[in-house]
Design a protein around this ligand. Structure first.
Ligand code: FO1
Length: 311
């Protein structure tokens, strides 16, 4: 079964890894949010791409989900002695990724080409594509003014109250090579349990992607379980945007793009309302604590897609 997964950071990486454990490599394409990317110390940093690639390559930090396992922090410690801005934690091995990506970009390679090369070096066989090769930047509109995403998320620990989001550059940005083709030829597209507002929406904002998905069979997996986000500010964002956070709110957020919806068993009482939206539903344990959980959830979603979304 040809599958395209749309993913952001840590939650998306876990399901992407589960899917990679279930599917032949040539059947899985992962399209990754790059609107979290930013330039820091002159280096191009792509947190979601790196989180997904490190996870798929088995080299991710198992405690944080981002950054690399067995990391050392010598550069960051040296930077602190120089009173440099160290609010964004860059490990020594992780820095090598950013240094080499920045060097290759300056040489004229595209982000897609660089990602493909890094994947090969890290032994990743599934296809990982940035949503676009052009820079797109999420700006979080807050009660403390407009903040670039990483400042909102890491520097201010998502404390400011959100009022809205802008994805600067998204409408001018073309989808990266292979993205639209993968969506057009897939049997199912899966929105991973990533933040709908700042991980999946930026991908949908790239010209042509939403239109291509409208012709595909799309299943979303809720990142909201029991009214709370498993990680990060998704539930807080729903509340601040005036919407009580729930699995149903996630289904409504994606609206007519969806054919199917996966929610956690603890939210099974919302299945009736979600089915009333015309969606097929799967209520299952969606919390992924270890690689077995990732694979089990991916198997369940693929079986659901095969049984419920045929024709
Ligand atoms: N997240 C944090 O909360 N604090 C950090 O210092 C931090 C550093 C970092 C470095 C490299 C990287 O690839 C990711 C990093 N993240 C950090 C995670 C990242 O900023 C967010 O998880 C995503 O952008 C949200 O999807």
């Amino acid at each position: 079964m040809k599958v395209v997964a749309l993913a952001g950071g840590v939650g998306g990486a876990k399901l992407a890894d589960g899917l990679a454990r279930c599917l032949p490599a040539q059947d899985l394409t992962i399209v990754v949010n790059t609107a979290d990317d930013f330039t820091h110390f002159g280096l191009r940093i792509c947190p979601d791409l790196d989180t997904i690639c490190y996870t798929l390559g088995g080299i991710a930090n198992p405690d944080t989900g981002w950054g690399r396992a067995g990391e050392t922090w010598n550069t960051l410690e040296a930077l602190k002695t120089l009173e440099a801005p160290t609010w964004f934690q860059l490990g020594d091995q992780d820095l090598a990724t950013h240094l080499e990506r920045t060097r290759r970009l300056a040489e004229g390679e595209t982000l897609s080409e660089i990602t493909q090369f890094f994947c090969q070096r890290w032994g990743i066989q599934v296809r990982v594509l940035p949503m676009s090769d052009s820079p797109v930047q999420t700006i979080v509109e807050t009660d403390h003014g407009d903040l670039p995403f990483q400042e909102y998320f890491v520097k201010y620990r998502f404390e400011p109250s959100v009022r809205g989001f802008r994805f600067e550059g998204a409408t001018q940005a073309a989808a990266a090579p292979g993205v639209l083709e993968a969506i057009e030829s897939c049997e199912v597209a899966i929105f991973c349990p990533s933040n709908p507002w700042v991980s999946i929406d930026p991908i949908l904002a790239i010209s042509g992607i939403r239109q291509a998905l409208l012709r595909a069979r799309v299943i979303a997996v809720s990142p909201i379980v029991g009214g709370k986000a498993l990680k990060g500010p998704a539930a807080k964002m729903f509340e601040e945007m005036g919407i009580p956070p729930s699995a149903q709110a996630v289904a409504l957020h994606y609206g007519s793009l969806l054919k199917g919806f996966v929610l956690d068993v603890v939210d099974a009482d919302q299945e009736v309302q979600i089915r009333a939206l015309g969606l097929k539903t799967l209520a299952t344990d969606t919390v992924m604590k270890n690689p077995n959980d990732r694979q089990r959830l991916a198997e369940k979603i693929l079986a659901f897609a095969r049984q419920e979304l045929k024709g």
